[in-house]
Design a protein around this ligand. Sequence first.
Ligand SMILES: [Zn+2]
Length: 633
Amino acid sequence: MTITALELPTDDAHDWLTDRCDGALDDARTLVERLKQGTVTDVLATWNAVQIELGNAAAAASLFSEVHPDAGVREAADEAAQRVDDYSTELGLDGELFAMLDKAEPGDDPDAQRLLDLTRRDFRRAGVDKSDVDRERLRELARAELTTGQQFAKNIREGVRSIAVRPEQLAGMPQDWLDAHPAGPDGTITVTTDYPDSVPLMTFCADRGVRAAMTHERNNIAWPANDAVLAQLFGLRQEHAALLGYANWADFDAEVKMIGEGKEIRTFIDKITDAANDRALADKQILLDRLHQDHPDVEDVTAVDTAYYSELVRKEQHDVDAQLTRTYFRFDRVRQGLLDVTGRLFGLEWKAVPEVTVWHADATGYDVLKDGEHIGRIYLDLHPREGKFKHAAQFTLVSGVDGVQLPEGVLVCNFSRGLMEHDEVVTLFHEFGHLVHHVVGGQAQQWNRFSGVATEWDFVEAPSQMLEEWAWDASVLATFATNDEGEPIPADLVARMKEADEFGKGFMARTQMFYAAVSLGLHVDRPEDMTSYLQQTQRKYSVFPPLPDNHFHCSFGHLDGYGSGYYTYMWSLVIAKDMFSAFDAGDLFDQDVATRYRDTVLGMGGRKDAAELVRDFLGRDYTFDAYADWLEK
Ligand SMILES: [Zn+2]
């Protein structure tokens, strides 16, 4: 049977979306009823069918809510996503349904056994086996955690602060930034704490007083309002975890990650802190020396100076001219280069299908072919527009299920249309790594739960972080990074770019571990005085001393989304560096390694624990060594 790709709507997106989401929800309800009545012969297959329906509905809703040009469609998509979410929560607490699933027979299929084990765990973690009173409280807690998290985010969004500066205080700022910030009637320029305003200011503004003033404002966003909101959020999470029998939120959260237990997070943070120490102190000394050339009396490097002097050191000591660099990265050539590089690496062909219907003229569809066979579809939607998702991410449209549906995924980014920054090229490779994982991991999957990027959350970044390496390799870049004269980017320029990029990696790792320790500690230690806890934690983990009046936890948005798990990005990076060490640095296209990686890691989706996938690829357990070597370099 040939399976065709999903056909997207032309001008009736609203109806299409309602059909797709509510049709799937209706089908899921019918299947669940039959499961509960005990009239189905194959319980697991029926549960799989429910998951396919819910997955399809959630995917279409979440994609359209972020990319559709029509605000009405985006709103309808948000509402549909909410209905799917409500129904999924309801299922998780449905004792009758659980009783049927719990007695399902997996036969001798190890994947079915794993599916059953994980399904039991999902239901247990939802609280299905708790008393009526406890389940009602769990429902209330979930709702309260959601609204408290929304309040936290709202206070950050609405807590924007600003400083007023005089034009002569803005020496060093790029011309396009200055053009976008004209002086007001009183002759001063208002600079807000929003990233497009404050990040360039902290990076380029030569006036130390201005940077100090901005640092103070940034450290006080949503203070004091969010201090109380956070205390409430951590209290709710603690009660939630305790009701389910866990000591704290970190233990509850870590159970479904590679790291396994909350206490291991602390061990990991300490290990990275230690490994990064020498490089962090060496690079910090370079910053301090450079700072002393301008300000001999300043005692130490703080948040006021880190971004500014890091940029200055990169420019003065590594000789990278960003204006020159970008001439090698014209968007069209980069996009084609990405497709050629990844096609060659993974033995795939991305074939443009210009006739396919898309939601906006900027989006392009490609069929994915392997050995001439159609195995999936991807869409690239890579430029900004009003009302579109503001970051860069891979969205699932369809999860691949063998004999049922082909995997389809969408890359949603916001790149410039002409010349790109090299940073953007790296981001493109990173996000495409998620897309490849989704498509390759969506082959030969019987169970929806294991399809695509279905591994533990602290592993999912590793394949993408590893693919970034291809955007840093001079011989790979030479295949597509050519200027308008047709000259490839010089290898020595790539080497300098890399050196510049890696300056500060030690102290940045220490700063990341400070954030990770805050994310963990506020959930586990639950200090009454979060401000002083922050100061102590910074002294222990960061190489930069804390500043007075710092309440940055109030605007540390990841405390909601990541919870106690901010360590995950670094955890994935350790594994990415280890997996990359299996490739031949002199030939990143070595087919044996690439194919083995594709089949043992990406192709398995969630059919095994990530640690096992990595072991199958490396032929040994993952270690810390490659990451530690990279830090030392
Ligand atoms: Zn990512």
